[in-house]
Write a protein that binds this ligand. Sequence first.
Ligand code: UD1
Length: 373
Amino acid sequence: MKIISVVGARPNFMKVAPLHRAFKKFRSVHHMIVHTGQHYDENMSKVFFDDLELPKPDVYLGVGSGSHAEQTAKVMVEFEKVLIREMPDLVIVVGDVNSTVACSLTAAKLLIPVAHVEAGLRSFDRTMPEEINRMVTDVLSDYLFVTEESGVLNLKHEGVSDRKVFLVGDVMIDSLMLYREKAKLSAISHQLTVKCGRRILARSYTLVTLHRPSNVDETENLRTILKIFQGIERHGPIIFPVHPRTRKRIEEFGLSSQFAAVKNLVLTEPLGYLDFLSLMMDAKIILTDSGGIQEETTYLSIPCITMRENTERPITIEVGTNVLTGLSSDKVISLVDDCYADKWKKSRVPDLWDGKAAERIADILVNAKTLEH
Ligand code: UD1
């Protein structure tokens, strides 16, 4: 059985790594990894292969950045050549990035079965490109592997046959559980201490990641983020690994010196998987607009503020540590104050987030009599 898994952008690598590991146990499976090159900087891509012990991709498409249509189209053109050459029995796509939708569409047109890992999640907000990617990918998929109950219900409402839907847990949590101990050996807090001259101690800092166009592509929104930093810096260091999109915008809008003026703000390049996991495990609180970090903080029991109007991962709010604020400086500052005063809701780990999701997926796919389309 030849299976191709697709990676493209930073949040894909930690999802495919446990699948690759799970398929290794089956001698009948030849598992290939195709990297579209949607993300290409060393610290957005290669460092994850090293940290997650992923082999070099079998094929690298080198697509790079571009508008949505350009990027999606380039992936399709290049991926089609690979599929025609390799003719796999199945294509696995993960998450909701442009590479996900591009590769599922290419495979479906060649009548190659598609499995979507992290299917069924919906924010019901089509201004997010990821929502469109999720919906289209799910329509085209033959196997839909779901992380939380809401995903099962969404797919049911959309008329997807139960036969195709499998609630298996969260492959990203598989990676987190596997690498948690190793992440404790990371020297990142020491390096940041040296860099900024303030001690980065466990539970004494706020960790931030922001890269959604809705937060960083408008000057006004970046100014609100600045105001939030000014309002919370009295609690201690704010560590902010800056995504390339965000860095570009801060520079374009001429805000670099204002960010630099926030005394307790520590700006860094994007970090690798183990370094970021280490910072996440020791943070007092995390401010984010990422999808995956909402889940990782819920698993780790670390308070999380998601600066978005909605989430496709409602379980992280219902039972986890996550709170939605949108981009409201008052709300965020007051919640951060609460957190440093040790007031936060109780949480628990969602069902099936137990480190075995990839094994369940591999078992289902290998035992499927014929991979159906
Ligand atoms: C993409 C995903 C988003 C995911 C995020 C994680 C889509 C639609 N969006 O957003 O869901 O949360 O990745 O990081 O697929 N750039 C670099 N180096 C790189 C990659 C990007 O400098 O290695 C810069 C380029 O200027 C590029 C910009 O970042 O234009 C945005 O990259 P892109 O992949 O288009 O979208 P992301 O914002 O990274």
